[in-house]
Structures are given as C-alpha cells and as structure tokens.
Design a protein around this ligand. Structure first.
Ligand SMILES: Nc1ncnc2c1ncn2[C@@H]1O[C@H](COP(=O)(O)OP(=O)(O)OP(=O)(O)O)[C@@H](O)[C@H]1O
Length: 630
C-alpha cells in the first residue's frame, strides 16, 4: 500500500453510534434502491413544502419548469443563429440575418436567468419554513407525550435521531427535491433540443453523461463515507470544545489540572479527522481525474460521431454547433442531478426517521380526557399501586397504598431507591400506575384531564430545573404576575432575601452565559424553587427533598411554614432528615417499593422498627457531634 493511500484506522471510541443508523444502508444502496425510493420521497417532500408555504412551493417548482422551457427555446434559437451565420453569402448579410435569432437567444437567456433567480429565492425562503414546521411538530409532541416515554430508551433514541438529523434533513429533502427537478428539467430540455435537431443525437447525450455521472456519484459517496467516519470524532470534538470553553466545567478544568489532558485529547481527535479528510481529498481528486479522462474520451467519441454525421451530410454544421452546446449544458445539469439524487436519498432516510418518530410519539400522547372539574380537594389516595419503569428489571412500586387528607402534612421516608420520588410522581399524575388506582376525592385521576389535575398540584422535584429565565419567571412560571402573591411566596421560601441581593431584583436573568446574567448558589436556587411551589397556590404541594441544600435557618423557617400550613394546604414531604418529618401528621416508610411502616413519629418510634432505627442512627450522629450536650 502506498503511503498516500494508507487507510486511517478507526479509534474504538470514535466508531459510529446510533444516530448514524442509516449510514451503511446509504453507502451500500444501489441505483435500483434509490430509484425505487425516489418517487415516494419526492411526493413526501412536496407535501411538506406545500404545507409550509403554498406560494413558495408553487413558485419554485413552476418557475423551474418554465426556465427549462426557455433553456430549450434558447438552444433552438442558437441553432437558428448558427444556421444564419454558416449560410452562404457575404458576412454582413449573414450577421444581419442572424440578429433576430440572436435577440431571441439573449431574451431567452435573460428571462431564464430572471426566472431562476426568483425560483431560487423562493427555494431559499422555503427552507427555514419547512424546518420550522418540522421542528414545531416535534416539540408539540415532545411536550405532550406521557412522561414515561422519556424513560424509554427506544423512544429516546428515536427522538434524538429525529431532532439531530430528521429536522434539519426535512429542509434538505425539500431542497434536494427541487434540485433534482431542476437538474432533470435541465437534462430533459437538452435532450429534447437534441431530439428536435436530429433524433440520432439524443443517445449521444447519454454517452457523455455516463462518465460524469459516475464520477459525481462516486465522489459524493466518498464525501459521505468520510463524513460518516468523521462525524463521531466531530461530536467528540464539540464535546471537548464545550469542556474547554464553557462555563460550568471551567472551574474543574483548572482544579483537576485537566488542561493538558483535554488539549491532548483534542489533538488526537483533530489528527484523526484531518487524516481522513486528506485521504478523501486524494480519493476524490483521483476520481475526478478518472471521470474527466473518461468524459474527455466520451466527448471525443461524440465529436467524432458528429463529424462523421456532418461528413455524410446527415446534419448541417449549425446543428453540430448547437448539439455541442446542448451537450455541455446538459452535462452540468446532470452532474447536479446525480449529486442531488444521492443527497435526497440520504436525507430521505433521516427524514423517514423523523416521520417514524412523529408516529411513535402520536401513539404515546395520552388520550384527551374531558372529565369535569375534580372538585374541591378533600383527599388523595393510592390504592395497591404497582409501577415499573420501562425496561427496568424490577418494579419501583409494588402494591403501595397511602392516603393524604386535606390539610395534612404526610411524609414519605426510606432509603435511597425505595420508591419515594416515584410515588410522589404518581400522586402528581405524572406517571400512570400499571395497576391499582390513585383517587382524587372519589375520582380515579386517570379519568381527570392531565392539565386540570396539574393545575391543582405543585411538585418541587429533587432535581428541579434551574430555568435560564429571570428570577420572577423562575417563580411565576408562565402564570400571570401578582405582586402580592409573589412577595408572599418569596417570603415564605426565603427567596425574598435572595432576590434582594440581585442587582436587577426580580428582573435579573439567572443564567451567567448571557449579558447581565447572574448565578445562584445551590441553596439559593432551592429557595427559588420552593417559592415556585408556594406561588402556584395549589391544593396539594409535593416537596421532594426541599431542604437538601438549605442552611439550617432557612430549613427551620420552611418547616415552620409547612407546619403552620395556615391556608389549609396539603403537603406531601419527602426527606431524609427525619428530624424534619417528625411533626408530620403521618409518616410512610418505604422499602424496596413497598410501604413497610406507617404512623405518627411517636407511633413509629414505639414500633421500634426501621423508622426507629434510622431515626436513632441520625440522632446518634448528632449527639456524637455535640460533646457539650452529652
Ligand atoms: N427514570 C427511571 N427509570 C428507571 N428506573 C428508575 C427511574 N427512576 C428511578 N428508577 C428506579 O426506581 C427505583 C425507585 O426510585 P426513586 O427515585 O423513586 O427512589 P427514591 O426513594 O426517591 O430514592 P432517593 O432517596 O435516592 O431519592 C430505584 O430502584 C431506581 O433505580
């Protein structure tokens, strides 16, 4: 093997992942497969484009067809010009005779250029509209599907593929369809012109077309194959560039002295990428040269045939001149046609993924429920609830029954992974039980419209989102601003102190990556999240580990507030700090997805079971830390 043809080996961490699912299919697809799929793809693309903008679709397609007509017309007029010029007689007379046809050639060329300019403008306008349409449909679905879909690996992968490739390729499919049609019209108008001049000329176009077409297809495949091999490396490079140039890891990059390691890793990947690019540059150059050589031979043969036809008086000299022009014009249309077909097929595979995802997601949208209002809250209860996450080996909850009465504070405790968060999410109607029921008063919550139910419940998740919005938006969360309620919610959560320290108060953007943005500490974020729960003014508030990042004073204040539950609010509280749940009206102890104990703090202590053990463990740790009180 020559040094310049040495194959670059593929590092194991840079092999193609799931989002390149169709790449090998693309590389091995023969012309037959492409031809079979093409009509469907073109139909699909036109339908999408039509939905995005009828005017732009009609303009692009219509004007391309008319422009094709002017190409043919221009070539035929050129033939007239040549006929006049090659006719017998004095030069001046021949030139004068050619002028009308010459004006027609110029007119046709001008009109064609104008039409193509408008057509390509419409095509450019179409692209963002198609992409937006596809993306909006995707987000409409991703925000409506049931929450478990996000725990389902298959759904996730399908969604990622649709987002990463499907959405951008929706625009590519439309763009390439237009290019295919433009190319086809270009080739067709050349072929028709030749046919009109002399039927025997048409096959000549094919002879010159084959080498060019072959080189264009092969070169496109090579570029694609290289892109495929590089794309994982590129993603890793993007990841590394994020690690080296983004804010969140900046501190750790320094603290762990990672700079040299990251730069070396970057070099390794960039080297690999560069080697592949050089490989493919060489391969494409040789293909181009071979194509040009074969094209030259084919063109020579065509010229020889044209010369012979001229010599035998089968065609006049003017037709030979026009035929040469028509063949040259068609060749460039053909090259772009072949490349566009190739790209259309590729983009079509990914666009197919997008359509498939949309179908999958439609199936996972919970059915519209049209129940009446669930009524004034009196109690919520889970009865023998079983629930397993998709693909999980064991259920997260098995036969759990709990009840929360209006105005109560009910605590869920248990070790990591015992099912507390899962139960809270089921009570909030975010997941649906596999079996058993959850009732809001007497109504099964699966019969209550999801939005209606969620308006009545507020959940502050353990891993609550730090929304990159203003402080106010972080609390109000899309609802209407009510100054009094906002101040009250912030005060109750201790978020008022946090906001008071911000330069722009409630209008401060809580994201350092933007101008004027500010970041908060973990505990400050938690106070904002708690204020969010209070602001919602819901019947049922679910707090999952609300105080894990709070300082003791803020924690104490929050529990005071929860204990008061002055407005008769009902609270489900998950906490590992048992000292904070001891005042709850009822405590459920979970273990491996089951309720193993329940009662008030004194009841559970006298039971001397798991709760008492855990409580003693924590209390002992505190006692050990306070020698003076011993
Ligand atoms: N999205 C998920 N997909 C699959 N399994 C999950 C998922 N979330 C939780 N689990 C599993 O379900 C079980 C219950 O988890 P859950 O989060 O409800 O526990 P938890 O009691 O809240 O734990 P912690 O105290 O650590 O917050 C665990 O075994 C966990 O591994």
């Amino acid at each position: 093997m020559m040094w310049w043809r040495r194959e670059t080996p593929e590092p194991v961490d840079l092999v193609a992942p799931y989002w390149q699912a169709h790449d090998s299919e693309m590389l091995s697809a023969g012309l037959g497969a492409i031809a079979r799929r093409l009509p469907g793809l073109v139909g699909n693309a036109i339908a999408v484009a039509w939905r995005a903008s009828r005017l732009d679709t009609a303009t692009t397609l219509g004007l391309n067809v008319v422009a094709g007509f002017f190409t043919a017309f221009g070539l035929l007029a050129t033939n007239d010009v040549l006929e006049s010029l090659f006719a017998a007689g004095p030069t001046e007379q021949r030139v004068t005779a050619a002028i009308p046809a010459l004006l027609l050639v110029a007119g046709a060329a001008g009109l064609r250029a104008g039409l193509m300019a408008v057509a390509s403008w419409a095509q450019e306008r179409l692209k963002p509209q198609v992409e937006r349409l596809a993306e909006t449909r995707l987000f409409r679905l991703t925000t409506r599907v049931e929450l478990t879909a996000f725990d389902d690996e298959e759904f996730h992968n399908s969604m990622q593929r649709a987002r990463d490739n499907g959405v951008p390729d929706s625009a590519t499919v439309v763009e390439m369809t237009v290019n295919v049609l433009t190319g086809a019209i270009g080739v067709l108008s050349g072929a028709i012109t030749l046919g009109l001049l002399h039927p025997a000329l048409m096959p000549l176009l094919l002879v010159t077309a084959v080498p060019d077409g072959w080189a264009a297809l092969r070169s496109a495949r090579m570029r694609y194959a290289a892109f495929r091999r590089i794309s994982t490396a590129r993603r890793r490079k993007f990841m590394l560039s994020d690690l080296m140039a983004e804010r969140p890891p900046a501190a750790e990059v320094r603290a762990f002295t990672l700079r040299r390691f990251l730069l070396a890793e970057y070099d390794r990947i960039a080297d690999y990428e560069q080697r592949i690019e050089l490989d493919v540059a060489w391969q494409r150059a040789t293909t181009r040269v071979s194509g040009d050589l074969m094209g030259g031979v084919a063109l020579g043969a065509v010229y020889a045939v044209l010369g012979a036809m001229l010599a035998f008086g089968l065609i006049p000299l003017a037709v030979v001149g026009t035929a040469v022009l028509a063949i040259r014009a068609s060749q460039s249309s053909l090259t772009s046609l072949v490349q566009s077909v190739n790209k259309l097929y590729e983009a079509g595979l990914y666009f197919g993924d997008y359509l498939e995802f949309c179908e999958l997601a439609e199936r996972r949208v919970p059915p519209e429920r049209t129940s009446a209002e669930p009524g004034e809250f009196r109690r919520i209860a889970a009865d023998s609830v079983h629930f397993g996450y998709p693909g999980a080996d064991s259920p997260a909850l098995s036969g759990v029954s709990v009840a929360v009465e209006r105005g109560e504070v009910v605590a869920l405790v248990g070790e990591n992974g015992s099912g507390k968060t899962t139960l809270a999410k089921l009570l909030a109607g975010l997941y649906t039980p596999d079996s058993g029921t959850i009732r809001w008063n007497a109504a099964d919550i699966t019969a209550i419209a999801g939005e209606v139910l969620r308006e009545r419940i507020s959940v502050i998740a353990q891993d609550h989102t730090r929304w990159p919005l203003t402080a106010e938006q972080n609390i109000v969360m899309g609802r209407e601003r009510d100054d009094e309620k906002l101040a009250e919610a912030a005060r109750a959560a201790g978020a008022d102190e946090v906001v008071a320290r911000l330069v722009h108060g409630y209008d401060t953007l809580l994201d350092r990556r933007f101008h004027g943005g500010h970041d908060l500490s973990g505990g400050q974020w938690q106070r904002i999240a708690i204020a969010r729960a209070f602001y919602r003014d819901a019947d049922l508030m679910i707090f999952d580990e609300p105080t894990s990042a709070l300082d003791p004073r803020a924690e104490h204040a929050l529990f005071e507030r929860i204990r008061e539950h002055a407005e008769g609010r009902t609270v489900v509280l998950i906490s590992h700090r048992l000292s904070s749940v001891r005042y709850a009206d009822r405590i459920y102890v979970l273990d491996r997805g089951k309720v193993v104990e329940q009662g008030t703090h004194p009841e559970l202590m006298s039971l001397n079971g798991r709760y008492a053990q855990l409580y003693e463990l924590q209390a002992a740790a505190y006692r050990a830390e306070q020698p003076s009180s011993a």
